[in-house]
Design a protein around this ligand. Sequence first.
Ligand code: 6PG
Length: 221
Amino acid sequence: MAARAAEHVSAAVRDAGGPFTIGLAGGSTPTETHRLLARADIDWSNVSLWLGDERWVPHDDPDSNAGMARRTLAGAVGAEVVAPDTSLPTPAEAAADYERRLQEIWVERDGIAAPDLVMLGIGDDGHTASLFPGTAALGETERSYVENWVADKGVWRLTATLPLLWSARTLLFVVVGEAKAGVVGEIIDDDVPYPAHLVSSRAADVIWVLDSAAASRLGRV
Ligand code: 6PG
């Protein structure tokens, strides 16, 4: 599964043949894919890495997605992670600052500057990035990156919004484990409007990489 995900990313970078951006997912699933990408034949000098979401913690915090990306991939390949500045005074300022900086890295193709490939995970509640069910960020229709209060966790998150994810050229969902099988089946087979379904249903191009456990409830495989 991780090898399949790494193959998709490697092929996309090679096909681009030049500057390319990759949005990284947080959490635990990506680490194996990152480990394989770190050994792949990729010219990382052309690649900008950014984060589909970030926790409101310092980069040296164990929960930091920027820290995980640097430890598992960017540090090994010498690539830069363009990450939110969580040292700014508020989540709102950090989200606005990051939104501005992201505009600088999108590669323009056919006159359109947009994210190239965005890797995403899914939680067992159907969230993706930090678009959690019932949270305000799901209602954002203009901005591309926002602060998001996640009441169920009692934390601030910074997250790509639906408009930004829909503007990406490719979304790559990587989902592992039996715990996600139910929500994966509801999203892919039953169109249950979880945040991950809202994201995938209007995306330009979606690739699902699932292990057999996460795919075990799918009717049409
Ligand atoms: C985060 C992620 C989040 C993650 C899912 C799955 O910051 O936590 O971006 O959307 O992809 O929660 O997490 P696991 O891979 O740890 O199951």
